[in-house]
Design a protein around this ligand. Structure first.
Ligand SMILES: *[C@@H]1O[C@H](CO)[C@@H](O)[C@H](O)[C@H]1NC(C)=O
Ligand SMILES: *[C@@H]1O[C@H](CO)[C@@H](O)[C@H](O)[C@H]1NC(C)=O
Length: 245
């Protein structure tokens, strides 16, 4: 059982902006987590994530770093809102098969130093049901803070974009060996400009009020589709880590 290790490694794809989305009603996505961390070169970064248990946040494995800290209950991330709960990360638990070369198993659990208090602004998101899968054409949502767009004048409030699940072949031709349909989902219609995106890495793809995916890999020009980690492929690992770590 690999619960945690301390060495941060090179980070390749960090938060990018949501393109073609709109601001959400404040606290309408109470599971959203803003994750701040420092990379090996000492630079600050952020990722999205989501609360799955009172003391566990799920995110992408490539969002790993040191001094990790989670903010829950936020809307405008650049101010200290009363609804916010800021909790340091006690343990980062990246999936043992996570591989920087092909981004397979890009999933990580963060155990928080203490439990979050459930409020109207802070509440976990449900994991997908076993053996229930998203299919091409399903419409889902991704939210993120779009914090790090270079020089962009961003409001720093939570944004959301609607995205459509694509056929696996779309991502197999675009990402070749970096797309594995057993562990990833292909998301975002290339024909709809409005809906193309680079959602905050680590944020949830929410389909029918459950966490179907995790923002993983896309081209930096924001063109669709992108690849998301398929949460349903990791349910046993998630449950085991939450129980034992
Ligand atoms: C939860 O509430 C308790 C009691 O009000 C407080 O002491 C604690 O700091 C809160 N936890 C967080 C994570 O904000
Ligand atoms: C978020 O807070 C910053 C800092 O106070 C402010 O400049 C910005 O206008 C706020 N954004 C929104 C959309 O309220």
């Amino acid at each position: 059982l690999i619960c945690c290790s301390q060495t941060p490694h090179i980070l390749a794809f960090l938060s990018e902006e949501i393109i073609g989305g709109h601001e959400v009603k404040p606290h309408s996505r109470p599971y959203m987590a803003f994750i701040a961390f420092v990379d090996v070169d000492g630079r600050s970064h952020s990722c999205g994530g989501f609360l799955v248990k009172d003391n566990f946040v799920l995110t992408a494995a490539h969002c790993r770093g040191s001094s990790m800290k989670v903010t829950l209950g936020a809307h405008n991330i650049s101010i200290r809102e009363e609804t916010q709960q800021i909790i340091p990360v006690a343990k980062a638990i990246p999936h043992p098969y996570y591989n920087l070369k092909d981004y397979s198993s890009d999933i990580m659990l963060l155990k928080l130093e203490r439990k979050a208090n459930r409020t109207k602004a802070v509440r976990p998101l449900r994991l997908p049901r076993r053996n229930v899968y998203v299919k091409p054409g399903d419409v889902c949502y991704v939210a993120g803070w779009g914090q790090l767009a270079p020089k962009g004048k961003l409001p720093n409030t939570l944004q959301v974009v609607e995205l459509t699940i694509q056929k696996d072949q779309e991502c197999e031709s675009r990402f070749s060996r970096r797309y594995n349909k057993a562990t990833a989902i292909c998301v975002g219609d290339p024909k709809i400009k409005r809906a193309t995106f680079n959602g905050d890495s680590g944020g949830p793809l929410v389909c029918k009020n459950r966490a179907a995916g995790i923002v993983s890999l896309a081209y930096s020009d924001g063109s669709a589709p992108g690849t998301f980690t398929r949460v349903s492929s990791f349910l046993s690992w998630i449950q085991k880590m939450i129980k034992h770590c």
